[in-house]
Design a protein around this ligand. Structure first.
Ligand code: AHR
Length: 349
């Protein structure tokens, strides 16, 4: 009986010890998490990047990683959304749980952020939106935005096309344009498509078709192949980024088309956006891409300036746009003006 009593006590103690162990393991885990976030008084930044679809995106990620290093006093928690808004929302919720100091969001599309941004606001974490914009009912849900004016980029590219036609005596009615769009619903797509549509409407350009090509080279090639089967009069391909342009050029070359700005002599003109991809820049030098409207991805230092201001209790500008120009092969068009403002035209050498 005595023996049984001690055995029961022993078993109880053993179970209690086991429970204790697992609890303390849990505690260690969460302690470890908060430890790593607080380590050395670093400023902790949760960055939700939308994906890795293009060279522009890689340069943007790199710029953030190079800026927010431990040597500079930061701990960067990087999450790749893989083009899915649901993944980005999950990442933001994780950052809130981790109680990061700042959240930086490069949103895949504009809509659908109200709830999660309200959660971040309620948790008292400032949110900085970069690159693309969010479309929310209440602008106090984010602290500030830094990125490109995508509609202006579209207008610059179209203004160049309009001026180029004037200088080379091409009648606007001769233009037969296809648009390889970016991810539908992203600011970059919305702005660049809007810019093109405005110019096409005002100048009586024939906009044959617009198709989504997701900002990727593979989709750009695929969609261009289909368009070439459907139309035999395409003479301008407006690509909403350089990766799509590289894909489109492959499809045009496969189809035996002459690529270049001389529409009157049967060439197909390619217009693009970004200007960070070396292969695309080389295409400008070779006159295969006639004009690239610049989109600058180097937002790391810009976000750092914003964070430094916030740390000092200052208020950064709510919206700031990066200044950008266009890249061209020659100076047949040497000045670009949109809404009476002049933008730099750079020859790529
Ligand atoms: O939002 C910026 C756009 O997204 C860039 O033009 C494109 O290359 C990227 O994927």
């Amino acid at each position: 009986m005595k023996k049984r009593f001690f055995l029961t006590i022993y078993i109880c103690l053993f179970i209690a010890a086991l429970i204790g162990c697992s609890k303390s393991a849990d505690l260690n885990y969460s302690d470890k998490q908060s430890d790593s976030l607080e380590k050395g008084n670093l400023t902790v930044i949760g960055f939700s990047q939308l994906g890795a679809e293009s060279d522009w995106r890689s340069a943007n990620t790199e710029s953030m990683k190079e800026t927010f290093t431990e040597e500079n006093g930061y701990k960067l928690i990087f999450e790749d959304g893989q083009q899915k808004q649901a993944n980005q929302i999950m990442a933001i919720r994780k950052f809130i749980q981790q109680d990061v100091d700042y959240i930086v969001l490069a949103p895949v599309t504009e809509t659908g952020w109200d709830t999660v941004l309200k959660e971040a606001k309620d948790a008292g974490i400032p949110v900085i939106i970069i690159d693309r914009m969010v479309d929310v009912d209440d602008e106090s849900l984010f602290t500030c935005y830094v990125g490109s004016d995508f509609e202006l980029e579209g207008k610059k590219a179209c203004e160049w096309l309009k001026s180029y036609c004037e200088k080379t005596f091409v009648n606007p009615s001769m233009l037969h344009i296809v648009n390889l769009q970016g991810n539908i619903g992203s600011s970059a797509q919305i702005g660049r498509t809007t810019g093109l549509r405005k110019y096409a409407y005002e100048n009586h350009w024939d906009l044959l078709e617009e198709v989504p090509a997701d900002f990727t080279q593979t989709k750009g090639r695929e969609e261009m192949r289909k368009l070439l089967k459907k139309y035999d009069n395409i003479n301008v391909v407006y690509c909403e980024n350089d990766n799509e342009a590289l894909g489109a050029i492959e499809a045009l070359e496969e189809a035996g088309k002459m690529i270049g700005p001389n529409i009157r002599y049967g060439e197909v003109m390619v217009i693009s956006f970004d200007g960070i991809n070396e292969e695309a820049r080389q295409c400008v030098r070779e006159n295969k891409i006639s004009c690239i409207a610049e989109c600058n991805p180097l937002h790391g230092p810009r976000v750092q300036t914003i964070i430094e201001m916030l740390e000092l209790g200052k208020t950064p500008m709510k919206h700031s746009n990066v200044s950008e120009g266009i890249y061209v092969h020659d100076l047949i068009v040497d000045k670009i003006r949109v809404d009476s403002i002049e933008y730099p035209v750079t020859i790529l050498k």
